[in-house]
Design a protein around this ligand. Sequence first.
Ligand code: SAM
Length: 299
Amino acid sequence: MTSDVQPAPRSKWRESLDYFLWFYTPFKPMTASDIYELVSTNAFSGKGLYLNLGYWKTARTIDDACEAMAMLVAESAGVGPGSKVIDVGFGFGDQDMLWMERLKPAHITGFNVTRSQVQLGRKRVDERGLSDRIDLREGSATALPVPDGEFDQVVGVESAFHFDTREAFFREAFRALKPGGRLALADVIRADPHPSRFQQRMQRFNWNFFMQKYAVPTANSDDRESYAAKLRAAGFTDVKVESIRDQVYPGLHKYMGEDPAMLRRFHWLARLPYKLTLLFKADSVYSAYNYILATARKP
Ligand SMILES: C[S@@+](CC[C@H](N)C(=O)[O-])C[C@H]1O[C@@H](n2cnc3c(N)ncnc32)[C@H](O)[C@@H]1O
C-alpha cells in the first residue's frame, strides 16, 4: 500500500542531527509524536507503512507479519460486519484500510498524536475511497472526544505503552464502549524478572533505556499482573493478558538478519544500533520486554 503523498521532508542535516541527539545522547528527550515525526515514512514494512514488530507465527516477511499483528488484534476484539470501532495509535492508517477490506466493520474512528501520520493517513484513506467509513483524527487515546457507550470495539496495535498513562486510556476505552463491547491491544510491557541477579540488572538497564528513548511514561512499567489489575480497576471483566513474545521477537530478529532491505529503510544513524543487536541472540536482546495480547470486555 503506497501513496505518492508524502510528509514534507526536513533538511538532511537537521534530520541527522536529531537522530544523533535522540539515539546517541541523553540530551534530546522526545515525545512520542516527536519520535514518529522524525521517523516519518521510514517504516518497518516495505509495501505499507506499518510500524509494528510483527506477529511471526506463520508470517515469513515483515509485511505479512505486520498485517498478521493487525489482524490478530482486530479479530481478538471481534471486529466484524456492522462494528463501530475506535483505533488508537493507527500509524499511517494501513491497519484500518486492511480491517475495512477484510473484516468490513461499519465505521472506524482513529486517534493519533502524530500530525504527519494523521495527514498522510487521511490522504491514503481518501485515495482508496474509504473516507466515509474511516475517520482518522489527531488526538490522544487518553482523552477521546467521543460520547459515552457508542462503540463495539476499541483496539490498539503496539501503541498503548506510549500513552500517558495507559491507565487513563483504559478508563477512556471503558467509557467509550457499549455494554458488552470489547478491548484488544498488542502492547509492550516488562518481562518477568530473570532468575540471575546479573540478568535482572541488564533487564532494568534495558527497560530504562527503552522508556527514555521511546517516550514511555514510568507509570507504564507494567508486568502482566499489574496490567490485568489496571484493566479490572477500570471496570473490565473477562480480562486476559497473554504473552505472545515468542511469536514476535525471535521472528523479527531472524528476519532483520536475513533481509538487508529492511534495515536499509531506516535512517543510517538508526541502522547501526539495530545492526549491533544482530550480533546477539534474540533472547538476550529482548530479555527486558514481554509482548502481550490483552483482551477485556465491558460488562
Ligand atoms: C509503534 S507505532 C504503531 C503504529 C501502528 N499501529 C502500526 O502497527 O503500524 C505507535 C503509534 O502510536 C501513536 N501514539 C503514541 N502516543 C499516542 C497517544 N497518546 N494517542 C494516540 N496515539 C498515540 C503514534 O503516533 C504511532 O502512530
